[in-house]
Design a protein around this ligand. Structure first.
Ligand SMILES: [Zn+2]
Length: 363
């Protein structure tokens, strides 16, 4: 497979009269800071370049969080020493964001080379300055020192995508973008300022698959990781309410996709039987809300969710499972989708599942 690598070459020629300078970015940066500190998503987004729809969607979600979590301090510093005007007229400059979410919270800081583009006489923030590795249907964005990781992902992802498209009967047309962040704190910052949970990957509708460099190994581990994240892409393609499904359904199906690529689609995660023996299962309600109670049971969200998905596939077949996911992605509640597709109430399915695990006392 052929890979094309696009990196921006820095211009070292002497600046010409009329070239943009660091001072031209000041109004943009000032407005971004002001919008963040006043919980103003629309104001912030008016200084974000809309050219790349995935980046813009990520920034929309980033800005939307300001309405719920507004930092008490936030600043952006640009390092003029690394300022460069690129061949396409854009500006690249090392940027540092520093912020604090609450008086008693620690101060956080992330630095990366940022890009700004001029549109209608205004300079707009265009995100990180990435190196882009392209393969058919796939574009991987990496930091310059991670080019080889980009090439590996670009070689593995098309196969993962083909296998899971075939399995689910759902074909996604778009070029699948993957961003690889050099650090966990940079990935967290890219999600939104208030995000602090450790994570290996992230994916939301319309966003790129986001991974953190240190979590990526090669071979089977990479295939499994990409399959998990691409599993989310499939679910999101099923309907506009997909993110409102119970969290365990989303992660359970993603884990199932990962197991398919590992060659073990029928394997139940063994830890769940041990939890069942010790009376350590959770109710499905406890595993449903990503922003609430389920955050306290993350291990169960993934493993117990995966266990139930395998159970449903064994009981009803994969085609029915996809139909059940589709019903929920289009707004059906769990019980309604289960009655419509499996012909059973959710309570009855849960009971059958517990029985399969030998549970005598419900969690
Ligand atoms: Zn996931």
């Amino acid at each position: 497979m052929k890979f094309l690598i696009f990196a921006t070459c820095l211009l070292f020629s002497v600046a010409r009269a009329g070239d943009p300078t660091l001072a031209d970015l000041s109004p943009t940066v000032d407005h971004m800071v002001e919008a963040v500190l006043s919980s103003d998503p629309a104001g912030y987004l008016s200084y974000v370049a809309p050219d790349d729809p995935m980046f813009f969607q990520e920034q929309k979600n980033w800005a939307r969080d300001l309405e719920i979590h507004c930092p008490i301090s936030f600043r952006i510093d640009l390092d003029g020493g690394g300022f460069a005007v690129q061949r396409d007229g854009s500006i690249t400059v090392p940027m540092t964001m520093t912020w604090k979410m609450a008086e008693n919270a620690r101060s956080r800081r992330v630095s990366y080379p940022a890009r700004f583009v001029e549109r209608d006489g205004r300079w707009l923030y265009a995100g990180e300055q990435w190196v882009r590795v392209k393969a058919p249907g796939v574009e991987v964005l990496v930091e310059p020192e991670d080019k080889s990781v980009g090439i590996q992902i670009a070689s593995v992802l098309p196969g993962v995508r083909e296998r899971l498209d075939e399995l689910s009967g759902i074909t996604t047309e778009r070029v699948q973008q993957v961003k690889v962040y050099g650090s966990m704190k940079h990935l967290q910052q890219s999600i939104y300022l208030s995000y602090t949970d450790p994570l290996g990957g992230w994916n939301e509708p319309g966003e790129s698959i986001k991974l953190v460099r240190q979590g990526i190994r090669s071979g089977q581990q990479m295939r499994s990781l990409l399959a998990h994240e691409y599993g989310h892409v499939i679910t999101f393609a099923l309907g506009s309410d997909a993110t409102h499904m119970p969290w365990w359904v989303l992660e359970g199906f993603a884990e199932y996709c990962s197991a398919v690529l590992a060659g073990s689609p029928h394997r139940f995660p063994p830890i769940v039987s041990r939890w069942a023996e010790r009376g350590n299962l959770r109710t499905w309600d406890q595993l449903s809300d990503f922003r609430g109670e389920a955050m306290n049971h993350q291990g169960h969200v993934y493993a117990q969710g995966h266990h139930m998905i395998v159970f449903l596939v064994e009981q009803f077949g994969l085609e029915k499972l996809i139909e059940w996911l589709r019903a929920q992605a289009q707004g059906d509640a769990l019980d309604d989708a289960s009655r419509a597709v499996f012909g059973m109430s959710w309570a009855d399915i849960d009971q059958a599942w517990q029985k399969s695990l030998g549970v005598s006392k419900a969690p």
